[in-house]
Design a protein around this ligand. Structure first.
Ligand SMILES: [Zn+2]
Length: 453
């Protein structure tokens, strides 16, 4: 299971950095003309135009209007889809295979790296709470820092449980239903976008909340109107979490998905963020070095990190055995995702970026590939990274009138090959054309690489 090591205490005192572009004014007009509009919600491709006013899609048109006096972007031969969403990250930066090497971006740099990569929103499922929620609030009140930030704040777990081990952790801990309710009251007062809980009974390293405490935590969160996402490591635990009414489970247990648990997920309407990337990419990068040559990865990744993935002669046994476990259970996990998707369980694309094998922004494109390897159609994989995330976060992510004008413009069809999401022509963020190279430079220079423990 993910064991990211955060050096986040330092982040709290770092400046937020400059912004590459101003907040768009509400009268700003942009027309995307002659594009192929790829809508994962309706699973249709239409040739047409999008008229954007301020931050929103104002109209979906069959053709460009004759009298438009804003900026016109001719997208003949291009493919336009909603900006991608990563539904599970820890936005501090990127790690090498052992955490020895780190590319410290802070959330501000990550948000820029994400936009460069065509990811226009992300859900941070545990970062130092004051830092991430203050940054999110600042983004919402004053505009633009990079991709849209959605955040859980700190997770609810057991004393010394998973989630408490990171420096600067904002985990809340509970040993009884009463304490769980109190902790959720204090979390809800911070107005996070979701509540994250960690429920991993039988983990041999970290103690877990008991079932009654987990159930009380979910119920209390929902009483406050909070959507709940629960970290699970076994299907038995997942079953209890689903029965307790959690809105989503995250991670993919290393075992076949039981029919009874699948039935419970369908009955409860539980969403699943399987994070195939965190369960497979460390192994993939190390055993298939050609993956390290992808253009988008090379653009976003610190060269020191890439070198660490290339020369793995000194990898400790603990990491080797993690890689072996990734290989051992890869097929099992892909099968479970296919089975759930075929049964109609909402699948959300999330990576758990911040952990070894993963890169903020880039790895969401890999998650899309992994979802299609599991057996999702390209359409369903694209929906998992766009409109399904919008539904889950109650956010206007799509290609319809009124949706937020966060868009990804591609040089080739993602329906022909989902890997084409990496062939980025342009990124539109809140109605503005993103100067991608500026964002990349700002992300890379926001904080120097910090080699640490
Ligand atoms: Zn995580």
């Amino acid at each position: 299971m993910p064991r990211f090591s955060l050096l986040l205490v330092a982040l709290l005192v770092l400046p937020l950095g400059s912004t590459a572009q101003p907040t768009p004014d509400s009268t700003h007009q942009l027309l995307l003309a002659d594009a192929r509009l790829v809508d994962p919600e309706t699973q249709t491709v239409e040739r047409g135009a999008l008229r954007i006013e301020g931050e929103r899609i104002a109209a979906v048109l069959e053709e460009a209007p004759a009298n438009f006096d804003g900026h016109i972007l001719d997208l003949d031969g291009k493919w336009v889809l909603p900006g991608l969403v990563d539904a599970h990250v820890h936005s501090w930066g990127n790690a090498g295979p052992t955490f020895q090497e780190q590319q410290m971006l802070q959330t501000t740099g990550t948000a820029k790296m994400m936009l460069y990569s065509g990811v226009s929103a992300f859900l941070d499922l545990a970062s130092p709470e004051d830092y991430i929620l203050n940054l999110r609030n600042r983004q919402r009140s004053r505009g633009f820092l990079g991709a849209d930030i959605y955040a859980a704040g700190g997770p609810l777990t057991h004393p010394n449980g998973h989630g408490t081990q990171y420096p600067g952790s904002s985990a809340r801990t509970a040993t009884s239903p009463r304490e769980a309710r109190q902790r959720m009251d204090s979390l809800a007062a911070r107005q996070p976008d979701v509540a994250k809980l960690i429920y991993n009974p039988n983990n041999d390293r970290y103690p877990s909340m008991d079932c009654a405490t987990m159930e009380a935590g979910i119920e209390a969160a929902q009483t406050h109107g909070l959507t709940t996402v629960v970290h699970v490591e076994t299907w038995a635990a997942a079953h209890q979490v689903v029965t307790a009414g959690a809105d989503a489970i995250t991670h993919a247990p290393p075992a076949p998905l039981p029919d009874s648990t699948l039935a419970a997920m369908r009955q409860q309407g539980t969403a699943w963020i399987p994070t195939l990337a965190v369960h497979t990419e460390l192994s993939n990068l190390i055993q298939r070095p050609r993956l390290l040559k992808k253009d988008l990865l090379r653009a976003v990744a610190d060269s020191v990190l890439l070198a660490a993935y290339r020369d793995t002669s000194g990898l400790p046994d603990q990491i080797r055995s993690w890689i072996d476990r990734q290989d051992e259970y890869q097929t099992t996990r892909l099968d479970a995702v296919r089975k759930a998707a075929n049964a109609g369980v909402p699948i959300l694309a999330g990576t758990d970026a911040g952990n070894p094998g993963l890169f903020q922004g880039y790895s969401l494109h890999r998650e899309l590939v992994l979802l299609t390897q599991a057996g999702l159609s390209n359409w369903d994989a694209l929906a998992a990274a766009t409109t399904a995330a919008g539904r889950f976060l109650d956010a206007p992510f799509g290609l319809q009138r009124g949706d937020r004008a966060n868009l990804l413009v591609l040089d080739a069809s993602p329906l022909e090959d989902v890997r084409h999401t990496q062939n980025i022509h342009q990124v539109i963020y809140r109605g503005q054309i993103v100067n991608r190279s500026d964002f990349l430079n700002e992300a890379a220079t926001s904080v120097p690489t910090v080699p640490t423990h």
